[in-house]
Design a protein around this ligand. Structure first.
Ligand code: PEP
Length: 245
C-alpha cells in the first residue's frame, strides 16, 4: 500500500559541475522497477538545473525547506508555489539542522508543512530526539509532541498528504545509526500516534543510512524508506540504498 521512498538530502553541497556529474551517475544507475521512488532535495539555487536534468525521468525533486508565506516582503525565503513551478514534488520541513541552527519551533514546522501542502508539495516532516533526550528516556515524549504540534496545524487531512521522517539527531551525519530495533520502536510509536490514517502514511528513517545498513532497517515493518544525507552524494551508495528496499 505504501510505496517505498528514498530521498537524498544534498544539504549545502554541490556545484553546477558536481550536480551534473552526480545526477548523470544516479540516472544511469536508476532501477527500472518502479517499486521504489527516489527523490533528491537540492539547494534552492540548483533547483532549476536539477529540474531540467531529471525531467522525463523517474527521479523526483524536492526543496530542503519552504517558507510559511506565499509571496511578499520575506527576504531570502522561497515559497512552495515557486518550488512547485520548478517541478518539485517534496519539501523537507523541520530538519534538525533547521530546528537547531535557525531556531525553528514545532509550531513553525507545522506552518511550513501547511504551506507546502497548500502550494501543491508533499512535506517531508522531520521529527527526532537528541542524544540527551534519548538518554533520559524522553525520546517518545519529544517525538509525540513534535507530531502533535504539526497535527494541530495541518490536522489529519494534512498528515494524510505528508511523509514523516524519523531522524534521531544523534545519528545525523555522525556515522551512528539507530539499530533496526530502536528505529522500529519509534516508527511503530509514530504510526500509533497517526491513528486511523496511519496505514497510508510513509515513515522514513534518517541518520547515517548507507548501503551497508539499509537492508536491515528496511526489513522493519514500519520503516518505509529513508532520508539520506551524506550517502546521497555518492551515486552508487544512493542507488544501492534504494535497491536494499
Ligand atoms: C539528513 O541530513 O537528513 C541525514 C540523515 O544525514 P546523514 O544521512 O548524513 O546522517
Amino acid at each position: 500500500m505504501r510505496r517505498p521512498l528514498v530521498v537524498g538530502n544534498w544539504k549545502m553541497n554541490g556545484s553546477r559541475e558536481q550536480n551534473t556529474e552526480l545526477l548523470q551517475s544516479i540516472l544511469g544507475l536508476l532501477p527500472e522497477s518502479e517499486k521504489v521512488e527516489l527523490a533528491v532535495c537540492a539547494p534552492f539555487v540548483y533547483i532549476d538545473q536539477v529540474s531540467e536534468q531529471v525531467a522525463n525521468t523517474s527521479l523526483a525533486l524536492g526543496g530542503q525547506d519552504v517558507s510559511v508565506h506565499v509571496s511578499g516582503a520575506y527576504t531570502g525565503e522561497i515559497a512552495a508555489p515557486m518550488l512547485a513551478e520548478f517541478g518539485c514534488r517534496y519539501a523537507i520541513v523541520g530538519h534538525s539542522e533547521r530546528r537547531q541552527y535557525h531556531n525553528e519551533s514545532n509550531l513553525l514546522v507545522g506552518q511550513k508543512a501547511l504551506s507546502a501542502i497548500q502550494g501543491g508539495l508533499t512535506p517531508i516532516i522531520c521529527v527526532g530526539e537528541s542524544l540527551e533526550q534519548r538518554e533520559i528516556g524522553s525520546a517518545l515524549d519529544v517525538i509525540g509532541s513534535q507530531l502533535q504540534s504539526v497535527k494541530s496545524v495541518i490536522g489529519d487531512q494534512g498528515l494524510a498528504k505528508s511523509v514523516i521522517a524519523y531522524e534521531p539527531v544523534w545519528a545525523i551525519g555522525t556515522g551512528l545509526t539507530a539499530t533496526p530495533e530502536q528505529a522500529q520502536e519509534v516508527h511503530q510509536f509514530i504510526r500509533e500516534q497517526l491513528g486511523s490514517i496511519a496505514d497510508g502514511i510513509s515513515i522514513l528513517y534518517g541518520g547515517s543510512v548507507k548501503a551497508a545498513n539499509a537492508a536491515d532497517l528496511f526489513a522493519q515493518p514500519d520503516i518505509d524508506g529513508a532520508l539520506v544525507g551524506g550517502a546521497s552524494l555518492v551515486a552508487e551508495e544512493f542507488i544501492n540504498i534504494a535497491k536494499a528496499v
